[in-house]
Design a protein around this ligand. Structure first.
Ligand code: 5AD
Ligand code: SF4
Length: 479
């Protein structure tokens, strides 16, 4: 599977085994070759671009053909058990390549590397390198260690590493939309979540390097950036957690100010971000969205559950009422803003009545889109230590099916409301089905497909919406 150039999905989405490719021209074919596969969220894809950049400096070109690779890296996800199982299956498939080429070096990166550490070397005998999310600068050294016949591990988490000075190799040259990581780690400790253990403490990246990267992307032809962080609302530079200035001689920034600074790069550069946290999302951020045409009218605001007692057990830091007030604030400040969410079914102790509160919240909010999951207990998390994973698998599954069906109806209704309107679409390229059709997104993040005619990739066009499914809008280009 190829790197999906058009994806704007939030940090939530489990993407599976996409091969990252950089078109490096090497006429003599002597360069060392890296095959890099990524799983999980957008942050992992962004990290893989940092890895490709570090290894490009060490002489590696990327390849899509595993058979010609000298180095195979797999960037992994631990968020749910099934994400880890998928990676384990993939590792056993690599065994075959290792048998054919005993020189082949195989490394495991990312959250699974951090979570399982040295165990991976013992459990999965074919792994030579284990590198956690803060250890990518060390990859060239780790590779050399393997060259001397050792196995190499670096899973040290850092309080400072943001890879701010590394210009990520864009693995979709000629792309329109790029991810820009603005912070790493998470301090929230939601009780179900493994991320604070695998990605470490929260730290923000220097705003100057973020804005410079966005300028550079714009100059290279990109027309959309998605600012990434586990909780972008707690982005802060030179500010204490109470909002006080740390160093009076240096510029300070919160997320609303950073968003404005990135919006100022060019009116032709669209800005998106992910993920917002309901407990931290301020009206200031909403006002920046409302007052800048190029900051997209789309917010991903994970609710997880519609019941206050469950939210408390999840350690989310807000109530159902607080969440609904934040939704009201979005509608009040930003007319026509799309909202998506994440929901977990069958969290520890979830009763039928508590589940019904999630259903009623969905009915009230009418999300445009939702990512929905069955609860999967993760080792070391607060929930694993404090609560019993006591909702039977079958009930988790039934509740999940129920909310997926409800959400599909809501997504369809949201798209139907756009039929008959004229939408501004950033053209991303040919649609999946036909070269004669183009696709792109509107500000609300809906995918729009239309007849290509004279439209140019990377330009903004007006499209009259004539039809839809729950996932896609169809329309006609307006001259
Ligand atoms: N089980 C199920 N879903 C989870 N998520 C995070 N941890 C778990 C877990 N243990 C979901 C949440 C989060 C998204 C990134 O993944 O909904 O917002
Ligand atoms: Fe996990 Fe909560 Fe942090 Fe999101 S905010 S990464 S769900 S701990």
């Amino acid at each position: 599977m190829q790197h999906d150039k058009t994806s704007n999905e939030p940090l939530t989405e489990d993407r599976q085994g996409e091969v990252l490719l950089q078109n490096t021209i090497d006429p003599n074919n002597t360069q060392k070759k890296l095959y890099l596969e990524s799983y999980g969220c957008q942050m992992n894809f962004s990290d893989s671009e940092v890895v490709a950049s570090i290894l490009a400096q060490d002489g590696y070109a990327t390849t899509r053909n595993i058979a010609e690779a000298d180095l195979v890296l797999i960037n992994t996800c631990s968020i749910r058990d099934n994400a880890e199982q998928r990676v384990r299956n993939r590792l056993t498939e690599f065994q075959h390549h290792k048998q054919q080429n005993p020189e082949l070096v195989v490394g495991i990166l990312g959250c699974m590397a951090e979570r399982l550490k040295k165990n991976l070397l013992e459990e999965e005998k074919l792994v030579d390198i284990v590198a956690g999310p803060d250890a990518y600068r060390d990859l060239p050294n780790l590779i050399s260690e393997v060259g001397t016949g050792q196995k190499a591990v670096n899973v040290l988490l850092s309080r400072e590493e943001t890879y701010a000075d590394i210009s990520p190799v864009r693995l979709d040259q000629g792309g329109i939309s790029a991810f820009v990581t603005i912070m790493r780690g998470c301090d929230n400790m939601c009780s179900f979540c493994v991320v604070p253990f695998t990605r470490g403490r929260e730290r923000s990246r220097d705003p100057k390097s973020i804005v410079a990267e966005c300028h550079d992307l714009f100059n290279k032809g990109y027309r959309e950036v998605t600012l990434l962080g586990q909780n972008v609302d707690s982005y802060r530079w030179n500010l204490s957690s109470k909002g006080e200035l740390k160093n009076p001689t240096e510029e300070a920034m919160n997320f609303a100010q950073l968003l404005q600074a990135v919006a100022n790069v060019s009116p032709l550069l669209r800005v998106r971000f992910s993920t917002s946290h309901p407990k931290d999302m301020t009206d200031d951020v909403l006002e920046v969205i409302a007052s800048n045409h190029n900051v997209c009218n789309y917010i991903h605001l994970p609710v997880q559950s519609g019941n206050t007692a469950v939210l408390f057990r999840m350690n989310r830091g807000y109530t159902r009422e607080w969440y609904l007030e934040r939704i009201e604030a979005i509608h009040r400040i930003i007319p026509d803003c799309a909202i998506s969410t994440d929901i977990i079914t069958g969290f520890c102790g979830e009763t039928d009545a508590e589940h019904r509160d999630t259903v009623s919240l969905m009915e009230k909010v009418q999300f445009d889109y939702a990512y929905m999951f069955k609860y999967s207990e993760r080792p070391k998390t607060l929930a694993e230590r404090k609560f019993e994973d006591d909702v039977p698998e079958e009930i988790k599954g039934k509740r999940l099916t129920e909310i997926i069906e409800l959400q599909t109806a809501h997504s369809l209704a949201a798209n139907e409301r756009q039929v008959g309107t004229i939408q501004e679409v950033l053209v991303e390229g040919p649609s999946k089905r036909s070269e004669l059709q183009f696709c792109g997104r509107n500000s609300r993040n809906s995918m729009v497909v239309f007849d290509r005619k004279q439209a140019e990739k990377g330009s903004y066009v007006q499209v009259k919406i004539t039809g839809c499914t729950s996932a896609t809008l169809f329309g006609e280009l307006i001259d």
